[in-house]
Design a protein around this ligand. Structure first.
Ligand SMILES: [Fe+2]
Ligand SMILES: [Fe+2]
Length: 272
């Protein structure tokens, strides 16, 4: 039985938060915020997809994992909405149109795409977050300026790792075609990355400090070089998810991850 704990959290976000949550790195800050803005649309879509898949699952253990997966995702986006609101108070009116577009996309996917497609999308996201979460936990999230945002992301990553096998197992149980998952899972990653990129670019352009405090184009280029160097270890993990022998069951819960799981269980308002 997979060890998945659903935790209801209550992080202490300030009412207003400087969106440059990684001091001196506006690109990575706005990229992270872009992901956070995506989640209140993506995660309810994952839950809808799982609800549909549930009808076809006969394995009681997988059914129980699916329920916990959906319950964890339901908690994630609720906390991200609170963080997103704190950032939004900084003033980004153009986000509304971008978010409306994303909302329409996910509603359309639920209404018009076959279950196999939606499950391949879900696993495309889960496989990528598992790789990124594992890498980020190893390289550390200390750069984040505010303890509440550090906890939000760490807690979210810990739970993504706890339920890392569920979307994969549901896809395998219901359909299981490798090439189909590869194509649409990769398309899903492109779809999410494109939206996050557009949202981040908009916020960067809107932030008056981009050309002053953050050094304009030259500053951006220098930070890009640094980021590439720091992100080198991530590439092999990402490439692995495209291989036919990839399975999230091979990814271990390290002692450090278990320690963090216990920490957030303790911090939770309630667990179930
Ligand atoms: Fe999540
Ligand atoms: Fe997830």
């Amino acid at each position: 039985m997979q060890d998945i704990t659903v935790r209801q959290m209550d992080f202490d976000f300030p009412e207003r938060m400087d969106p440059v949550i990684i001091p001196g790195d506006p690109e990575q800050s706005y990229g992270t915020i872009g992901l956070s803005l995506l989640l209140p649309y993506l995660e309810p879509y994952l839950i809808r997809t799982m609800k549909q898949a549930k009808k076809q699952i006969r394995d009681p253990e997988l059914l129980s994992n699916l329920e916990k997966f959906s319950a964890q995702e339901g908690q994630h986006y609720r906390q991200h909405i609170r963080f997103n609101d704190a950032v939004r108070s900084f003033g980004f009116p153009g986000l509304e149109a971008l978010e409306a577009e994303l909302d329409a996309d996910y509603r359309r996917f639920s209404q018009t795409k076959p279950l196999e497609w939606n499950l391949a999308y879900a696993e495309g996201f889960e496989a990528l977050t598992t790789a990124v979460a594992h890498f980020s936990m190893e390289t550390g999230l200390e750069k984040l300026s505010h303890p509440a945002i550090r906890d939000l992301l760490t807690w979210h990553m810990v739970e993504e790792l706890e339920h890392r096998t569920v979307a994969f197992d549901v896809y395998q149980h219901v359909h299981g075609r490798y090439l189909y998952r590869l194509v649409w899972g990769t398309w899903a990653q492109w779809h999410m990355a494109r939206w996050i990129g557009r949202a981040a670019e908009y916020m960067l352009q809107t932030d008056p400090r981009s050309d002053t405090e953050f050094g304009g184009a030259a500053g951006r280029k220098a930070r890009q070089i640094e980021r590439r160097k720091a992100g080198k270890g991530l590439l092999p993990r990402i490439l692995k998810i495209y291989t036919p022998w990839y399975t999230p069951h091979d990814i271990p819960m390290t002692e450090e991850l278990k320690r963090l799981s216990a920490r957030y269980t303790e911090m939770a308002v309630r667990t179930f």
